[in-house]
Design a protein around this ligand. Structure first.
Ligand SMILES: [Zn+2]
Length: 231
């Protein structure tokens, strides 16, 4: 009760704003205003199996299917959403966009056959520093709509990788390979796992996660990311 009072009291002075365009949110709007929600630059890749996200894993690792929610265009308002989710502590962006994404996938029965959602893990040091895993927030939002469990703590990140931003594709791959491991393979045995990440760029991290899963147990792996930002 106190919390609710406190929130509406604060709301009198600091109205909630759309995280993309900055306009005031009205009614039941959360995170995005109706216009920004409507204008999300969706990939619609969940309608095509041979989409560019899925194709980027071909010849690298056996991913069953893959898609992303929206394009991560330079200078776009939607780019800010990812930044706020990752670096400004705005976890609700992950939960809300995860729900919207989950709804799109549900409408097309894209997740039929998927048993569980597994967010790409952070190294414990980074998790401690940030206080949360942004991919887990997205997965939690999706899980509510898709009625699937989110499994954390079984796929883990072992070593602290250097910053990836200045590296080429091969270097990135060498940097991330073998850093992911499965603690208890029994949990994933015979399951179809949907790996969740915030952004698909080269796919090197997702590839390394999929390799760790496929080499540790008999499972199937698919991939879903919120944003798609091809290099
Ligand atoms: Zn807006």
């Amino acid at each position: 009760m106190l919390y609710i009072l406190g929130k509406s009291f604060v709301g009198l002075f600091y109205p909630n704003l759309c995280e993309a365009c900055g306009n005031s949110l009205v009614g039941a709007e959360q995170v995005l205003c109706t216009a920004c929600r409507y204008n999300i630059p969706k990939t619609n890749y969940w309608e095509t199996d041979n989409n560019p996200v899925a194709q980027s894993f071909w010849g690298r690792v056996g991913v069953d299917k893959a898609c992303s929610y929206f394009f991560f265009n330079k200078g776009s308002n939607y780019r800010k959403l990812l930044h706020k989710l990752k670096y400004r502590g705005q976890k609700e962006i992950g939960f809300t966009l995860g729900r919207y994404f989950g709804q799109e996938l549900k409408n097309k029965s894209w997740c039929n056959g998927i048993d569980m959602l597994v967010p790409v893990p952070l190294h414990p040091k980074n998790l401690h520093k940030r206080g949360y895993n942004q991919s887990e927030c997205i997965a939690q939002g999706m899980a509510g709509v898709l009625e699937l469990a989110v499994i954390t703590g079984n796929l883990i990140k072992r070593t602290h990788t250097e910053s990836q931003t200045q590296k080429g594709r091969l270097e990135r791959w060498q940097n991330v390979s073998k850093v992911f491991a499965v603690i208890n393979p029994q949990i994933f045995e015979g399951k179809h796992i949907l790996l969740i990440d915030d952004t698909m760029t080269t796919g090197a991290t997702l590839e390394a996660c999929a390799q760790a899963l496929l080499s540790s147990c008999n499972c199937k792996v698919s991939v879903a990311t919120l944003a798609y930002a091809p290099l």
